[in-house]
Design a protein around this ligand. Structure first.
Ligand code: ADP
Ligand code: ZN
Length: 680
């Protein structure tokens, strides 16, 4: 190579849709290669970036040199560069932003450092639990599922499975058996869960089978512990990693199995840049690494089930509960009937109250589910009707009992509750829209002797408090577990015989095409918490609309019906999985400006689609359902199309235009959300 010098392409974590070229100073000639972290001048600043390519210098003059190179070589290997590049292309986000997200702790990495001889103590102190390895005798359905997965693992080619197993059917043991085979053959496995703090049980079971070869990535780790886990995974010391969304980037060596538990969960989608979906990235990673991927759920997303139907995944079914335990019996408490007698809304119906009493007397445990925290979701003046609202967001303020304050659940704005109405000076208020605190109040009144544990974002703010509360209930130190969706998921408490759903349609009427699917999934999950021990369970669902599809199908625990009817509707309206959506998000401080820019962006997108020869339907521009959030006005355009390369290139041009000459130069931000999970 001549002394003319060499250049590097550097991806920077900034909202620019391309990489930048820098000169490699002679002193760094050997140190700079693909995947290396560097410091570069950028405008008047210096920033961190990642080298994604190196080559001989071209004619181009005026290139700036790399300032510094992080020691220790590449932080990303070729596989990870390929995966992150795919994410950047598919989700139309800057490669540098993806790389920054994929780096543990997002900070400078020092690989090559001698690993501590003693394995770092894992601060996630979850004891081994569940069936020990020796005691596991698979059922016929489990044997079948395990057999198919092991068969695929033996081929060392990509294979995708959808493990559709009702709640309590023993999916975790299927995962464990597959992971065991992989480990015994020297490979490694990655297990993704929607939220690590709710995954203590699955973690305990992996501990029981794999001991120190398994580790957990969770938010309680320091950046350093995180890096250490990465290094040990990369070095092949750790063979199983369990973690949430971002664990999909852990560079496990010889990765042969990826498991995505509760694949239908929205938590797999990151709602900030880069907006990727970890389940879908896991599938792509599996194809790139010729690994096997298993998506598990009792209520598969329409997307995954449709993929299984089209043969993209092989469907494995566990249709029976372990030891022939019955799915709980579900009964409706029709609040329309109950409500006739009383003027105030019914919180706990007669039926539920009776069953709770019986359960208490029999020494059983009850779970009560209400997907709203706080005391009341809004406070209204009785005299003039004034409702307390957030000054920055288009939502009502939620009343919290402890210190009688009002809080915005979107931006955290807090107000002391005023004694007099700000608009008419009235002194009497309605507290409407019951939340978990109000229910707790009602329970203390109606079941004074019952020991109640409340589990929601307010009682679990302190680190570790969540595990404490769950532990107390698991040990039988409480009779009633009351909470938000935290109580709905994954728990396996054999003494729970009664589950009460206090307001089934709380989520159903949101302006989002997935509201029905989410309600169905949540209700099925909650119902699955009952009857996991030897005594059968009962679920009581309180609702005003027992006839709606999401509710009726959940009441019958009939996934097939839900899937068939919901699919038909989505197909008719051309919603996913029968089309691809891209949300074009706009936000700014002035609503009229956002609205005007939204129209310009729409015209531009229209033109770009035509130019690219892509077919697509643009909806909007329209204000988003939560129009004002944190003081910014939010509008969107929704593009429905086939998601193909033409659509993608039109969107890419749109972004380039927005960044270079269009609105992003001004005060309106333009962003894309590919395959959006929430439309609010
Ligand atoms: P899912 O994840 O499908 O809801 P789990 O994996 O939590 O179900 O299994 C439910 C319970 O049954 C767990 O306590 C598990 O240890 C136990 N279990 C699973 N498979 C078997 C089996 N073959 N024999 C006995 N118990 C089992
Ligand atoms: Zn707010």
């Amino acid at each position: 190579m001549s002394r003319a010098g060499r250049i590097a392409e550097v991806a920077v974590p900034l909202p620019v849709p391309h990489t930048f070229t820098y000169l490699i100073p002679d002193e760094y000639r050997d140190a700079v290669g693909r995947g290396v972290q560097v410091r570069v001048p950028f405008g008047r600043r210096e920033i961190e970036g990642f080298v994604v390519d190196v080559g001989a210098a071209s004619e181009r003059k005026g290139l700036k040199p790399i300032l510094k190179v992080a020691p220790g070589g590449a932080v990303f290997d070729e596989k990870m560069l390929r995966l992150t590049h795919w994410i950047s292309e598919y989700y139309l986000v800057p490669w540098g932003e993806v790389l920054r997200t994929a780096l543990p702790g997002g900070v400078r990495h020092r690989p090559g450092r001698k690993l501590a001889a003693r394995a770092a103590r894992d601060p996630w102190d979850v004891p081994a639990s569940g069936l020990p390895r020796e005691a596991f005798h698979p059922t016929a359905e489990q044997t079948q599922a395990i057999g198919e997965i092991l068969g695929a693992l033996g081929k060392r080619e990509y294979a995708g499975f959808l493990l559709f197993g009702v709640t309590g059917s023993g999916k975790t043991e299927v995962y464990l058996s597959a992971a065991e085979r992989v480990l015994s053959e020297g490979g490694s496995a990655l297990v993704l869960v929607p939220e690590i703090s709710l995954a203590t049980q699955i973690v305990g079971r992996f501990r029981a089978w794999f001991g120190d070869r398994a580790a957990v990535l969770h938010s309680g780790l320091t950046a350093r512990q995180r890096r250490e886990t990465w290094d040990r995974a990369h070095a092949g010391e750790l063979r199983v990693i369990l973690g949430a969304r971002s664990a999909v980037f852990v560079p496990l060596t010889d990765l042969r199995l990826l498991i995505v538990d509760e694949e239908h969960e929205g938590a797999y989608k990151q709602e900030e840049v880069p907006r990727y979906h970890a389940r879908d990235v896991a599938v792509i990673r599996a194809t790139m690494e010729r690994a096997t991927v298993v998506l598990g759920s009792a209520t598969p997303s329409l997307e995954s089930m449709e993929n299984a139907r089209r043969g993209k995944y092989r469907l494995l079914q566990l249709s029976e509960r372990i030891e022939g335990r019955m799915l709980a019996k579900v009964t409706v408490a029709d609040l329309r009937e109950e409500g006739k007698e009383s003027r105030a809304p019914v919180l706990i119906s007669d039926l539920l109250r009776r069953r709770m009493r019986e359960t208490l007397d029999a020494g059983g445990q009850t779970i009560l589910f209400l997907n709203r925290r706080g005391h009341s979701t809004f406070v209204q003046c009785r005299d003039c009707g004034h409702v307390y609202k957030c000054p920055q967001c288009d939502v009502t303020l939620t009343f919290h009992l402890e210190r009688r304050f009002l809080r915005c659940h979107y931006c955290n704005h807090v107000e002391r509750q005023v004694e007099t109405c700000p608009s008419c000076r009235g002194r009497r208020f309605f507290y409407r829209g019951a939340g978990t605190q109000k229910i707790e109040e009602a329970l203390r009144e109606q079941f004074p002797e019952a020991r109640v544990v409340r589990l929601d974002a307010d009682t679990t703010r302190r680190r570790g408090s969540q595990a404490d509360l769950i532990g107390a209930f698991a040990r039988g130190e409480a009779d009633i577990l009351l909470g938000t969706q935290m109580v709905a998921k994954g728990f396996d408490f054999p003494r729970v015989t009664l589950v009460g759903v206090l307001f089934a349609e709380a989520q159903l009427n949101l302006p989002d095409f997935r509201a029905g699917e989410r309600t169905f999934q949540l209700l099925t999950q909650v119902a699955g918490r009952a009857g996991r021990g030897p005594s059968p369970g009962e679920v009581i669902v309180q609702t005003y609309i027992p006839g709606s599809l999401a509710l009726a199908a959940a009441l019958e625990q009939d996934y097939e019906r839900f899937f068939a009817e919901e699919s038909a509707e989505r197909r008719e309206l051309s919603y996913p999985p029968f089309s691809r959506l891209v949300n074009v998000l706009l936000d700014g401080a002035s609503e009229s400006q956002v609205a005007a820019v939204a129209q310009v962006v729409r015209d531009r997108l229209d033109a770009e689609l035509k130019k690219a020869g892509a077919r697509g339907l643009i909806l909007g521009p329209a204000p988003m359902p939560l129009t004002r959030l944190k003081g910014r006005y939010r509008w969107h355009l929704t593009l429905k199309g086939d998601g193909g390369t033409k659509m993608r290139s039109a969107l890419k041009s749109l972004l380039e235009w927005a960044e270079s000459e269009g609105p992003s130069r001004r005060s309106v931000r333009v962003g894309l959300d590919v395959d959006p999970v929430t439309m609010l």
